[in-house]
Design a protein around this ligand. Structure first.
Ligand SMILES: Cc1ncc(COP(=O)(O)O)c(C=O)c1O
Length: 388
């Protein structure tokens, strides 16, 4: 069957392939410890599950839902943004619930980009940005995030890239706390991004799913002055509320942007199951104890992951936020793939090669915190057996 041209250059998602390989090893009796994917392994708060159960048992919640989400959920999002980010959002018009923020990336690209348009994307960065840009027909234009620049964009370099890319640059994907580098945002960085976007008439898409993980000061780009003129923000309950499989996210921004994205999205899905929205509203109302408990677990795991990386003679910063630790590989490995394959096939531990996030990640690996301390201990033991 001939495939549509738009799939040229789009492969199967890396983890989708890799999980098959891991499955194969497990079928041969290897008990692979997967420290690859950032999918929280712990459940949501008990009240969230109770809300889902109670709401699902009602007879009148099973029909199609409105395209722009339940007013209860939108109000909960607006209160959550006010409480934690100090951002005012009109619950009626400035919020669009999403069936996961990954899907939102695609909706945004389909709404604004097309052939002949360039869209800036971080290198290293979440691979979905470039696939969604390509699927829309536009061209990803990569900007480097280098350790020597503290994993912030070099704005002079971005100016040059914009001038020389051969396309009209119309969009800029940013993501702080940054995945995979774990770099936190600063207000100054957000302000600089906004000035840059205004100068070049570019839409910033800030992707913000990690702001509550191992970070005491969650920030939103929308808290900056006049941010809504040029920026929209994606957010998600996947990581902050242990709800990755529920597929709940949101897009926030000016009414005009929400209406524009809804014009595309309302042709793609038919709303989100109401009990899921009501349970998600419950999750957003949880107080700081929830985030405290989540982070206590990750902090302990992170200490273990540091030990694992020491066993691999990798180097890393201890000041990282998000669900992973980003580390530079030891020189004995040719590159990140060599390191990841060596660990997978000799100690049956899977760690993500940084190169899947772009060429600037080729000397790095990323280790997930979504495994129990016992599993990480076992992984350390296996790796030490190998290296000692
Ligand atoms: C940077 C980044 N953005 C977005 C997502 C997607 O999250 P969601 O579960 O809301 O689709 C992920 C998930 O891994 C991510 O790492």
């Amino acid at each position: 069957m001939q495939l549509a041209k738009r799939l040229d250059g789009i492969g199967e998602y890396y983890f989708s392939q890799k999980l098959r390989e891991i499955d194969g090893l497990n079928k041969q009796g290897r008990d692979v410890i997967n420290l690859g994917i950032g999918s929280p392994d712990r459940p949501p708060h008990a009240d969230v599950i109770k809300t889902l159960q109670e709401e699902t048992a009602k007879p009148n919640v099973h029909s199609y839902q409105s395209y722009n989400g339940s007013p209860v959920f939108r109000k909960a999002i607006s209160e959550w943004y006010k409480r934690w980010y100090n951002v005012e959002l009109d619950a009626e018009s400035e919020i669009l619930p999403l069936i996961g923020s990954k899907e939102g990336i695609m909706h945004i690209c389909m709404t604004y980009f097309q052939q002949g348009i360039g869209v800036l994307a971080p290198n290293p960065g979440y691979p979905t940005y470039s696939s969604a840009i390509k699927l829309s027909g536009a061209t990803p234009v990569y900007y480097d995030l280098l350790e020597e620049n503290n994993y912030e964009p070099d704005f002079a370099e971005m100016e040059k890239i914009c001038r020389s890319s051969g396309t009209k640059v119309k969009g800029l994907f940013v993501n702080y706390p940054q995945m995979p580098t774990g770099k936190l945002p600063t207000r100054e960085l957000f302000d600089k991004l906004i000035s840059f976007a205004k100068k070049h008439d570019i839409l910033i898409i800030h992707d913000n799913p990690y702001s509550f993980i191992l970070n005491d000061n969650p920030m939103s780009i929308l808290a900056c002055d006049s941010a809504k003129d040029c920026a929209i923000e994606l957010n998600s309950l996947s990581k902050s509320h242990n709800m990755a499989g529920w597929r709940v996210g949101m897009l926030c921004g000016a009414k005009e942007r929400i209406d524009e994205v809804l014009r595309f999205k309302s042709n793609m899905d038919s709303g989100m199951f109401l009990p899921v929205q009501l349970a998600a509203a419950k999750a957003l109302s949880l107080d700081k104890d929830w985030y405290g408990q989540v982070n206590t677990v990750y902090k302990k795991r992170r200490e273990k992951v540091f030990q694992l990386l020491d066993a691999l003679k990798s180097t890393y910063s201890k000041k990282q936020a998000g669900l992973f630790v980003w580390a530079k590989i030891d020189e004995r490995f040719k590159d990140c793939y060599d390191c990841s394959d060596f660990v997978l096939h000799n100690s049956y531990v899977f760690i993500t090669p940084g190169g899947i996030f772009g060429s600037r990640g080729e000397k790095h690996i990323r280790v997930s915190l979504c495994a129990t301390e016992e599993k990480i201990d076992e992984a350390i033991k296996r790796i030490k057996n190998l290296t000692e």
